[in-house]
Design a protein around this ligand. Structure first.
Ligand SMILES: [Mn+2]
Length: 352
């Protein structure tokens, strides 16, 4: 993730922008690992400290503490002159940039609930709103626990531009409201995504243009699944070799799923072949499943990585019930209890 962010910073510096806005989920948790924080600060300092470009962040759902007393990791960003809004209130920033008074209203995840209409500042020449969540009507395959639905009252105020965060794709919601998209792909469900950021230009009449700038993403390959029903270790080794033979694996994130694998077969796989694959790929994962090759669903090879958690859980229980691993009565109770816990955890993460 750090590498992708560094490439985004390279591209941003090349474009000689006047202001950088991050619309949230800088970090994927309230307490990110130290090397993740350091990596972010190092790259961000190239924009703020070295190039003296102002940098604003409105926190997303992942990095917003549930308790007001918890310090958010985004607080560190202030050390490299980032203006970050990661609390539970709206924030306003303004500065004279290139002869125009630019006013930016930051509505972080913690301030989205309970905030109704937000109005542009009267004395700004260019008015921008930054917020994080799902816009109404967005048919997303990506759903997460604790995400916020943005109220249309908030995002229909007459801002020159609304910078939206949360959805990983570059997406136009309205002519003046866009998701910039993520700088990295986060799972096999996003194989087709184009990571990058948005360059937004203004002139005397307001918004002039919005352009998606792609950054180089590491290749992500989901190889054709193998059904190993009739295979012993030697034939499965050959099948893996065949699947990976004519593919450009170097530096890629690669997944190969094998189904119907009989007991003891994987321990006999050719270790040298696996080591070679792991060496060539940035990440090679051989997923071994004892169950049968699932039938492809109509929507294609979209993985469950970003499926709604509740759906995933229900599918998990259903599959085990059908295979006889769970007794019917227990499965139904388990499902109901689990759903209850999920709902409770979602509401605890919400407005409270
Ligand atoms: Mn988010």
């Amino acid at each position: 993730m750090q590498e992708a962010y560094g490439r985004a910073v390279d591209a941003i510096l090349e474009r000689e922008v006047d202001l950088v806005i991050h619309s949230g989920d800088v970090f994927d948790s309230v307490r990110p690992a130290t090397h993740v924080i350091i990596g972010f600060l190092k790259q961000t300092a190239r924009i703020t400290a070295r190039a003296s470009i102002p940098y604003l962040v409105a926190a997303g759902n992942h990095e917003t503490p549930r308790l007001r007393t918890t310090t958010a990791a985004l607080e560190y960003a202030n050390l490299v002159n980032v203006h970050s809004a990661h609390g539970f209130d709206l924030d306003y920033w303004s500065e004279e940039l290139d002869g125009a008074n630019v006013g930016v209203t930051l509505a972080p995840h913690g301030a989205v609930f309970g905030t109704g209409a937000v109005m542009p500042a009267r004395d700004a020449d260019v008015n921008v709103l930054v917020t994080h969540g799902m816009v109404p009507g967005l048919e997303a395959k990506q759903h997460e626990m604790g995400e916020a639905d943005l109220q249309s009252a908030m995002i229909s105020a007459p801002f020159d531009y609304i910078a939206l965060g949360h959805y990983h794709e570059f997406h136009e919601h309205k002519p003046n409201a866009f998701y910039a998209g993520a700088t990295e792909r986060f799972g096999f469900g996003e194989v087709a995504s184009k990571p990058g950021f948005a360059i937004v230009e203004f002139d005397g009449d307001g918004l002039k243009s919005v352009e998606h700038v792609e950054i180089e993403a590491r290749p992500m390959l989901d190889l054709e699944k193998i059904s190993a029903k009739e295979m012993d270790a030697a034939t499965l080794t050959e099948a893996v070799r065949e699947r990976t033979a004519d593919v450009d694996l170097d530096g890629a994130i690669v997944r190969l799923r094998v189904y119907d694998v009989r007991r003891g077969v994987t321990s006999g796989l050719d270790r040298a072949l696996l080591r070679d694959l792991q060496r060539r790929c940035l990440n090679f994962s051989l997923e071994v499943h004892a169950e049968e090759l699932p039938e492809e669903r109509a929507e294609g090879p979209v993985s469950a990585v970003f499926g709604a958690l509740e759906e995933e859980f229900a599918a998990f229980v259903k599959a085990r019930k059908e295979r006889g691993e769970l007794e019917d009565k227990f499965a139904d109770e388990f499902l109901e209890k689990g759903r209850g816990y999920l709902a409770r955890s979602a509401s605890e993460e919400g407005p409270a």
